[in-house]
Ligand binder design. Structure first.
Ligand code: AMP
Length: 249
């Protein structure tokens, strides 16, 4: 069974992003970029399926600029066998990515696609769902446990107020939640090995996909600055402030 894992290059989660002065977006010049954390979890899960003998091949895919190769090398250092870069300098929105992934699924014929539940830069939480719709495949989003056997995936999902367990017939799309696993630490020998693994580059045109953006960002703004707190003398003063200033009690 082949598993396809889409991985996105995003601003590292430790970076405090700054909004550009013209409010057209966030400044990503000279900022550390990394693999989207939910995608690391997806690569880890696919690698574990391979180690268990359930999957035979793990293929990592990234859509974006040339530097996304680094993200794909990280995916291969975790355990992906090979990688495909769909190279484009155009801003790729979730629908465009889903269409590119659909074209790759048609070509590669995986039984399972494991994506992150959302990319931490656009917070869209759309690509997996759109891909499942385009493919007409079953989907289980926000997975916290995945078991694959006998042509089926059993997926536990974190939903409001508890856990839901779904059974999907493969082929299927799964998106990962934070608690699915803890990705392994990438070791130097594995980084070296990953350099020798195959990385193929294609263009959206080769896949016959129109990636023109459909959404226009009107404005990106910083959240309002928080006001400084004050120290109160005693509980009575606190209760007074909660009652008469904040009006919450
Ligand atoms: P989003 O819908 O943008 O929140 O992204 C959800 C998931 O789709 C991510 O966690 C990735 O697994 C995948 N994805 C989104 N954009 C890309 C991209 N440019 N290249 C590869 N995978 C992507």
């Amino acid at each position: 069974m082949k598993v396809l894992v889409p991985v996105k290059r995003v601003v590292d989660y430790n970076v405090k992003v700054r909004v550009k002065s013209d409010q057209s977006g966030v400044d990503i010049a000279n900022v550390k970029m990394s693999m989207n954390p939910f995608d690391e979890i997806a690569v880890e899960e696919a690698t574990r399926l391979k180690e268990k003998g359930v999957a035979t091949e793990v293929v990592a895919v990234s859509c974006g600029v040339t530097q996304s190769q680094e993200t794909l090398r990280t995916a291969m250092a975790i355990g992906a066998d090979r990688a495909i870069l769909v190279e484009s300098t155009v801003e790729l929105q979730p629908l465009a990515v889903a269409k590119l992934l659909k074209a790759l699924v048609d070509k590669e014929q995986p039984q399972l696609v494991i994506l992150g539940k959302q990319a931490i830069d656009d917070d869209s939480n759309q690509t997996g769902q759109m891909l499942a719709a385009l493919l007409g495949w079953p989907q289980a989003t926000f997975a916290s446990k995945v078991e694959v056997a006998d042509g089926k995936a059993t997926v536990t999902r974190e939903v409001d107020g508890g856990l839901e367990t779904l059974s999907l017939t493969l082929p299927a799309v799964i998106t990962t939640d934070l608690r699915l696993n803890e990705p392994r630490y990438v070791t130097l020998p594995n980084i070296m090995k990953a350099k020798k693994k195959p990385l193929e580059t294609v263009k959206p045109e080769d896949l016959g996909v129109d990636v023109a953006p459909r959404l226009k960002t009107l404005k990106v703004a910083e959240p309002p600055a928080r006001q400084a707190g004050v120290k109160v003398a005693d509980v009575a003063a606190l209760v007074d402030k909660l009652k008469n200033e904040a009006k919450v009690v």
